[in-house]
Design a protein around this ligand. Structure first.
Ligand code: F3S
Length: 390
């Protein structure tokens, strides 16, 4: 792997122990994956931020580091809302540790935006090289924005944030971004909401595995694409997909389905995932809600009172921009939390069955929260929790 003189100097410890250690991580990853060189990144998104997942060892490692981020960098969701954690019913002992993890990242120059939707913070554009780590964010950046990132682990994303570079391999190279399977969707319902695409992604991820799918027969908007990609990254290992005529690289490169394995998914198969079972809580915002999704929720909840807990998750920056809609949502009794989500927070572990509008949450809630999960449209979710019915 070719290193510049500046990169060699960092590797030799000329810029301190922390940078040396982090450069060793990047060079190690680059060698394993056959990278020829490093590439500068425009931004980083660092996972391993929830105390629930990194524990005491991770906290100790973070506090031992001494450096500052070289590029804009944000965190993945953590185990609680940094401000409203008590209201979420978070144990004070857990909260103390979580706040220590957050402070450790802050000291390293990582912005205290804890979100899986960093693309709403305007830190990336088409063609940018990135070092992002949360699987749905990676999928969105690659597929919907046309930026280039591998799915980084927590340490390698942090290393890229501090060094400002990442090894150039995998999805950083155009030749690795071509589709490997064609998924033809029959019967896309008119006006289907994002949950339908989440359910489609839930099925498509299992079929695709680690191949890059090329979809035809669907016309999703941005929120639908977000849900589709998130679910495929959860049930498969899909970090990039294309939709004919919709996603940027499918327009630029005119990928053909010729020669690819062709799989058909019928709308009935997608519909069969919507079982309408009773639930004892509702969780929305996986991935974190967009401004448009918050506006839809404010409209649906207008004039309603929730009779079951309704948790809604979004990035703090988005919540602050949509203040008026948040007030309307919370007047119903639903709660909008920042910095965390239904999967990484222990707050939802107390429920038996949760309704979600996301294919990714449908896949993760049972394993990460120990609760049953049922998928419904956003309207179904609100209907399941409210009086009067909407
Ligand atoms: Fe985001 Fe949590 Fe879902 S990190 S994609 S809301 S599991």
């Amino acid at each position: 792997m070719h290193l510049t003189a500046e990169e060699e100097a960092i590797l030799n410890g000329e810029e301190g122990e922390t940078k040396q250690q982090l450069m060793e991580i990047l060079v190690g990853v680059g060698k394993v994956f056959g990278a020829d060189e490093m590439v500068p990144v425009r931004s980083a998104q660092v996972s391993g931020a929830s105390y629930k997942t990194i524990g005491e060892w991770g906290l100790k490692w973070l506090t031992s580091l001494d450096a500052h981020a070289a590029v804009p960098a944000v965190l993945n969701p953590v185990g609680m809302d940094r401000i409203r954690w008590e209201e979420m019913g978070i144990d004070p002992g857990f909260a103390k540790k979580q706040l220590e993890v957050i402070s450790a990242y802050e000291r390293l120059g990582i912005r205290l935006e804890c979100t899986c939707t960093p693309y709403y913070l305007n830190i990336t554009e088409y063609g940018d090289h990135l070092a992002w780590s949360e699987s749905s964010a990676v999928s969105y950046a690659n597929s919907v924005i046309g930026a280039r990132t591998n799915r980084e682990g927590g340490p390698s994303a942090l290393a890229a944030a501090i060094i400002g570079k990442t090894p150039k391999y995998g999805l950083h190279l155009v030749e690795n971004r071509k589709p490997g399977i064609h998924i033809q969707v029959d019967g896309e319902p008119k006006g289907a909401d994002a949950s339908w695409y989440g359910a489609l992604g839930y099925l498509a991820g299992k079929i695709s595995g680690n191949r890059i799918p090329l979809f035809s027969g669907i016309r999703p908007g941005r929120d639908q694409l977000k849900n589709l990609g998130a679910a495929m990254a959860a049930t498969g290992a899909v970090a990039l997909y294309h939709v004919q005529g919709i996603t940027p690289e499918a327009r630029v490169f005119s990928f053909s389905s010729e020669g690819l394995e062709n799989i058909v998914i019928e709308a009935d198969e997608v519909a069969s995932l919507f079982t309408g079972e009773q639930v004892d809580a509702v969780a929305i915002g996986c991935p974190h809600c967009s401004p448009d999704e918050l506006i839809t929720l404010a409209t649906l909840l207008d004039g309603c009172t929730v009779t079951k807990p309704v948790y809604i998750f979004a990035a703090r920056d988005v919540i602050e921009r949509e203040n008026e809609h948040i007030r309307k949502i919370e007047r119903s009794g639903a709660r909008v939390y920042a910095d965390t989500c239904m999967v990484v927070s222990p707050a939802l572990e107390r429920y038996d069955r949760i309704m979600v509008n996301s294919g990714k949450a449908l896949s993760y809630v049972p394993t990460m929260c120990g609760a049953g999960a049922v998928i419904g449209s956003t309207k179904d979710c609100i209907r399941a929790a409210c009086t009067p019915d909407v």
